[in-house]
Design a protein around this ligand. Structure first.
Ligand SMILES: Nc1ncnc2c1ncn2[C@@H]1O[C@H](COP(=O)(O)OP(=O)(O)O)[C@@H](O)[C@H]1O
Ligand SMILES: [Mg+2]
Length: 251
Protein backbone atom coordinates (compact mmCIF):
# COMPACT_ATOMS: atom_id res chain seq x y z
CA UNK A 1 0.00 0.00 0.00
CA UNK A 2 2.93 2.26 0.78
CA UNK A 3 6.26 1.70 -0.90
CA UNK A 4 9.49 3.63 -0.56
CA UNK A 5 12.17 2.65 -3.04
CA UNK A 6 15.73 3.78 -2.53
CA UNK A 7 14.39 7.05 -1.25
CA UNK A 8 16.92 9.79 -0.49
CA UNK A 9 16.60 13.45 0.36
CA UNK A 10 19.67 15.59 0.74
CA UNK A 11 19.86 19.07 2.19
CA UNK A 12 23.09 20.32 0.73
CA UNK A 13 25.60 17.75 1.84
CA UNK A 14 23.42 16.33 4.60
CA UNK A 15 21.51 13.16 3.74
CA UNK A 16 18.38 13.68 5.86
CA UNK A 17 16.95 10.55 4.26
CA UNK A 18 19.37 7.97 2.95
CA UNK A 19 18.31 5.16 0.57
CA UNK A 20 15.19 4.08 2.41
CA UNK A 21 13.41 0.95 1.28
CA UNK A 22 10.22 -0.06 2.96
CA UNK A 23 6.81 -1.42 2.31
CA UNK A 24 3.63 -1.22 4.33
CA UNK A 25 0.79 -3.66 3.75
CA UNK A 26 -2.88 -2.71 3.55
CA UNK A 27 -4.56 -2.43 6.94
CA UNK A 28 -1.26 -2.40 8.78
CA UNK A 29 -0.22 0.12 11.41
CA UNK A 30 3.41 0.80 10.69
CA UNK A 31 5.49 2.62 13.27
CA UNK A 32 8.24 4.85 11.93
CA UNK A 33 10.41 5.12 14.97
CA UNK A 34 13.48 7.25 15.50
CA UNK A 35 15.06 9.89 17.71
CA UNK A 36 14.75 13.60 16.96
CA UNK A 37 16.54 14.58 13.78
CA UNK A 38 16.49 11.01 12.45
CA UNK A 39 14.72 12.00 9.23
CA UNK A 40 11.10 11.05 9.97
CA UNK A 41 9.48 14.35 9.02
CA UNK A 42 11.61 14.71 5.91
CA UNK A 43 10.62 11.20 4.80
CA UNK A 44 6.96 11.98 5.38
CA UNK A 45 7.15 15.29 3.51
CA UNK A 46 8.61 13.46 0.54
CA UNK A 47 5.92 10.78 0.83
CA UNK A 48 3.24 13.48 0.77
CA UNK A 49 4.71 15.16 -2.31
CA UNK A 50 5.61 18.31 -0.36
CA UNK A 51 9.33 17.82 -0.95
CA UNK A 52 10.89 16.30 -4.03
CA UNK A 53 13.19 13.39 -3.36
CA UNK A 54 16.83 13.70 -4.35
CA UNK A 55 16.47 10.18 -5.70
CA UNK A 56 14.21 7.18 -5.42
CA UNK A 57 10.45 7.05 -5.40
CA UNK A 58 7.32 6.70 -3.35
CA UNK A 59 4.12 4.94 -4.36
CA UNK A 60 0.87 5.18 -2.42
CA UNK A 61 -1.75 2.59 -3.33
CA UNK A 62 0.26 1.96 -6.48
CA UNK A 63 0.32 5.64 -7.52
CA UNK A 64 3.69 7.28 -8.00
CA UNK A 65 3.61 10.40 -5.83
CA UNK A 66 5.61 12.47 -8.33
CA UNK A 67 3.90 11.26 -11.48
CA UNK A 68 0.32 10.90 -10.25
CA UNK A 69 0.14 13.25 -7.29
CA UNK A 70 -3.60 13.88 -7.54
CA UNK A 71 -4.44 10.18 -7.43
CA UNK A 72 -2.00 9.53 -4.61
CA UNK A 73 -3.39 12.43 -2.58
CA UNK A 74 -7.00 11.39 -3.18
CA UNK A 75 -6.47 8.16 -1.22
CA UNK A 76 -4.27 9.64 1.49
CA UNK A 77 -4.97 11.54 4.69
CA UNK A 78 -2.14 13.48 6.32
CA UNK A 79 -1.68 14.92 9.78
CA UNK A 80 1.55 16.98 9.83
CA UNK A 81 3.63 17.48 12.95
CA UNK A 82 2.71 21.16 13.14
CA UNK A 83 -0.63 21.46 11.40
CA UNK A 84 -1.83 24.76 10.11
CA UNK A 85 -5.42 25.72 10.93
CA UNK A 86 -7.16 28.96 10.14
CA UNK A 87 -7.73 30.33 13.62
CA UNK A 88 -10.46 32.70 12.47
CA UNK A 89 -12.68 29.93 11.17
CA UNK A 90 -15.01 27.86 13.29
CA UNK A 91 -14.38 24.13 13.50
CA UNK A 92 -17.15 23.30 11.08
CA UNK A 93 -16.12 26.07 8.66
CA UNK A 94 -12.59 24.70 8.64
CA UNK A 95 -13.87 21.22 7.81
CA UNK A 96 -16.09 22.55 5.02
CA UNK A 97 -13.09 24.34 3.57
CA UNK A 98 -10.95 21.20 3.67
CA UNK A 99 -13.83 19.11 2.31
CA UNK A 100 -13.97 21.50 -0.64
CA UNK A 101 -10.25 21.09 -1.28
CA UNK A 102 -10.69 17.32 -1.37
CA UNK A 103 -13.78 17.63 -3.58
CA UNK A 104 -15.90 15.85 -1.02
CA UNK A 105 -19.22 17.26 -2.22
CA UNK A 106 -21.73 14.54 -1.69
CA UNK A 107 -22.67 14.02 1.91
CA UNK A 108 -20.07 16.49 3.17
CA UNK A 109 -22.34 18.00 5.82
CA UNK A 110 -23.23 14.58 7.14
CA UNK A 111 -19.64 13.40 7.11
CA UNK A 112 -18.57 16.51 9.04
CA UNK A 113 -21.28 15.94 11.64
CA UNK A 114 -20.31 12.31 12.01
CA UNK A 115 -16.62 13.11 12.51
CA UNK A 116 -17.26 16.00 14.91
CA UNK A 117 -19.47 13.67 16.91
CA UNK A 118 -16.86 10.93 16.92
CA UNK A 119 -14.12 13.28 18.08
CA UNK A 120 -16.31 14.95 20.68
CA UNK A 121 -16.19 18.35 19.02
CA UNK A 122 -19.86 18.83 18.12
CA UNK A 123 -20.46 21.14 21.01
CA UNK A 124 -17.69 23.50 19.84
CA UNK A 125 -18.22 23.27 16.09
CA UNK A 126 -19.33 26.90 15.79
CA UNK A 127 -16.61 28.34 18.01
CA UNK A 128 -13.53 29.86 16.43
CA UNK A 129 -10.58 27.51 16.25
CA UNK A 130 -8.45 30.05 18.13
CA UNK A 131 -10.45 29.24 21.27
CA UNK A 132 -9.72 25.49 21.00
CA UNK A 133 -7.27 23.71 23.29
CA UNK A 134 -4.26 21.92 21.79
CA UNK A 135 -6.04 18.58 22.07
CA UNK A 136 -9.17 19.93 20.39
CA UNK A 137 -7.15 21.40 17.54
CA UNK A 138 -5.47 18.10 17.04
CA UNK A 139 -8.79 16.26 16.95
CA UNK A 140 -10.04 18.78 14.41
CA UNK A 141 -7.01 18.16 12.22
CA UNK A 142 -7.70 14.43 12.45
CA UNK A 143 -11.30 15.05 11.36
CA UNK A 144 -9.95 17.02 8.42
CA UNK A 145 -7.56 14.26 7.43
CA UNK A 146 -10.37 11.67 7.45
CA UNK A 147 -13.07 13.64 5.62
CA UNK A 148 -12.45 11.96 2.27
CA UNK A 149 -12.24 8.46 3.81
CA UNK A 150 -8.59 7.90 2.89
CA UNK A 151 -7.23 4.38 2.50
CA UNK A 152 -3.90 5.56 3.87
CA UNK A 153 -3.41 7.78 6.89
CA UNK A 154 0.00 9.32 7.51
CA UNK A 155 0.53 10.89 10.91
CA UNK A 156 3.69 12.68 12.03
CA UNK A 157 4.37 12.54 15.79
CA UNK A 158 0.74 12.80 16.89
CA UNK A 159 1.37 12.22 20.59
CA UNK A 160 3.42 15.34 21.21
CA UNK A 161 1.73 17.54 23.80
CA UNK A 162 -1.24 15.21 24.19
CA UNK A 163 -2.55 14.15 27.62
CA UNK A 164 -2.98 10.46 28.49
CA UNK A 165 -6.68 10.41 27.66
CA UNK A 166 -6.01 12.05 24.31
CA UNK A 167 -3.25 9.55 23.62
CA UNK A 168 -5.61 6.66 24.41
CA UNK A 169 -8.24 8.09 22.05
CA UNK A 170 -5.64 8.39 19.30
CA UNK A 171 -4.36 4.87 19.75
CA UNK A 172 -7.91 3.51 19.69
CA UNK A 173 -8.58 5.51 16.54
CA UNK A 174 -5.57 4.03 14.75
CA UNK A 175 -6.55 0.52 15.82
CA UNK A 176 -10.11 0.93 14.62
CA UNK A 177 -9.06 2.53 11.33
CA UNK A 178 -6.69 -0.35 10.66
CA UNK A 179 -9.43 -2.83 11.50
CA UNK A 180 -11.54 -1.17 8.83
CA UNK A 181 -8.72 -1.65 6.30
CA UNK A 182 -7.02 1.75 6.46
CA UNK A 183 -3.24 1.65 6.33
CA UNK A 184 -1.68 3.79 9.05
CA UNK A 185 1.85 5.17 8.85
CA UNK A 186 2.73 6.62 12.20
CA UNK A 187 5.94 8.41 12.99
CA UNK A 188 6.95 8.64 16.61
CA UNK A 189 9.92 8.84 18.91
CA UNK A 190 7.88 7.05 21.56
CA UNK A 191 8.56 3.37 21.94
CA UNK A 192 5.46 2.88 24.07
CA UNK A 193 3.21 4.02 21.26
CA UNK A 194 4.92 1.76 18.76
CA UNK A 195 4.75 -1.20 21.13
CA UNK A 196 1.09 -0.72 21.80
CA UNK A 197 -0.39 -0.21 18.34
CA UNK A 198 2.09 -1.09 15.61
CA UNK A 199 2.27 -4.49 13.92
CA UNK A 200 5.62 -3.63 12.43
CA UNK A 201 8.09 -0.87 12.98
CA UNK A 202 11.01 0.56 11.12
CA UNK A 203 13.76 2.27 13.04
CA UNK A 204 15.32 5.25 11.32
CA UNK A 205 18.59 6.71 12.49
CA UNK A 206 20.56 9.42 10.71
CA UNK A 207 18.40 9.01 7.65
CA UNK A 208 18.94 5.27 7.35
CA UNK A 209 16.56 2.45 8.12
CA UNK A 210 18.64 0.46 10.56
CA UNK A 211 16.09 -2.18 11.44
CA UNK A 212 12.57 -3.17 10.54
CA UNK A 213 10.20 -5.94 11.39
CA UNK A 214 7.86 -6.99 14.16
CA UNK A 215 8.55 -6.10 17.76
CA UNK A 216 9.77 -9.66 18.30
CA UNK A 217 12.25 -9.22 15.46
CA UNK A 218 13.59 -6.08 17.04
CA UNK A 219 14.01 -7.69 20.45
CA UNK A 220 16.03 -10.43 18.82
CA UNK A 221 18.08 -7.99 16.82
CA UNK A 222 18.99 -5.88 19.82
CA UNK A 223 19.39 -8.97 21.99
CA UNK A 224 17.07 -7.77 24.72
CA UNK A 225 14.20 -9.39 26.49
CA UNK A 226 10.62 -8.93 25.42
CA UNK A 227 8.90 -5.86 26.82
CA UNK A 228 12.22 -4.01 26.85
CA UNK A 229 12.07 -2.36 23.53
CA UNK A 230 13.20 0.88 25.04
CA UNK A 231 16.65 -0.50 25.66
CA UNK A 232 16.61 -2.13 22.23
CA UNK A 233 15.83 1.21 20.67
CA UNK A 234 18.50 3.01 22.62
CA UNK A 235 21.00 0.34 21.73
CA UNK A 236 20.18 0.49 18.03
CA UNK A 237 20.31 4.27 17.81
CA UNK A 238 23.33 4.73 20.05
CA UNK A 239 26.07 6.75 18.41
CA UNK A 240 28.71 4.38 17.23
CA UNK A 241 26.50 1.32 17.61
CA UNK A 242 27.51 -1.36 15.14
CA UNK A 243 25.00 -1.40 12.33
CA UNK A 244 22.83 -4.50 12.56
CA UNK A 245 22.80 -4.93 8.80
CA UNK A 246 20.07 -4.33 6.30
CA UNK A 247 17.26 -5.32 8.66
CA UNK A 248 15.29 -8.35 9.57
CA UNK A 249 12.62 -8.19 6.99
CA UNK A 250 12.20 -10.85 4.34
CA UNK A 251 15.63 -12.37 4.71
N1 LIG B 1 14.81 22.41 5.60
C1 LIG B 1 15.92 21.83 6.06
N2 LIG B 1 17.14 22.28 5.69
C2 LIG B 1 18.28 21.69 6.12
N3 LIG B 1 18.31 20.63 6.95
C3 LIG B 1 17.14 20.12 7.37
C4 LIG B 1 15.89 20.70 6.96
N4 LIG B 1 14.88 19.98 7.52
C5 LIG B 1 15.48 19.02 8.27
N5 LIG B 1 16.82 19.09 8.17
C6 LIG B 1 17.79 18.18 8.82
O1 LIG B 1 17.48 16.88 8.38
C7 LIG B 1 17.60 15.95 9.44
C8 LIG B 1 16.30 15.21 9.65
O2 LIG B 1 15.32 16.09 10.15
P1 LIG B 1 13.81 15.64 10.36
O3 LIG B 1 13.32 14.95 9.13
O4 LIG B 1 13.03 16.83 10.80
O5 LIG B 1 13.90 14.57 11.55
P2 LIG B 1 12.82 14.01 12.58
O6 LIG B 1 11.46 14.35 12.04
O7 LIG B 1 13.08 12.54 12.65
O8 LIG B 1 13.06 14.68 13.88
C9 LIG B 1 18.06 16.74 10.65
O9 LIG B 1 19.46 16.64 10.71
C10 LIG B 1 17.63 18.14 10.32
O10 LIG B 1 18.46 19.07 10.96
MG1 LIG C 1 9.88 15.29 12.93
Amino acid sequence: MIRLENLSKHYGRVAAVDSLNLEVEPGEIFGFLGPNGAGKTTTIRVMMGILRPTSGRVTLGGYDVEREPEKAKAITGFVPDRPFIYEKLSGSEFLKFIGGLHHVDEGLELRIQELLEHFELSEWKDELVESYSHGMKQRLVLCASLLHRPRILVVDEPMVGIDPKGARTLKDLFLSLAKGGTTVFLSTHSIGVAEEVCQRVGIIHKGKLIASGTMADLYRLAKVEEGRLESAFLELTRDGASPPGPGTERP
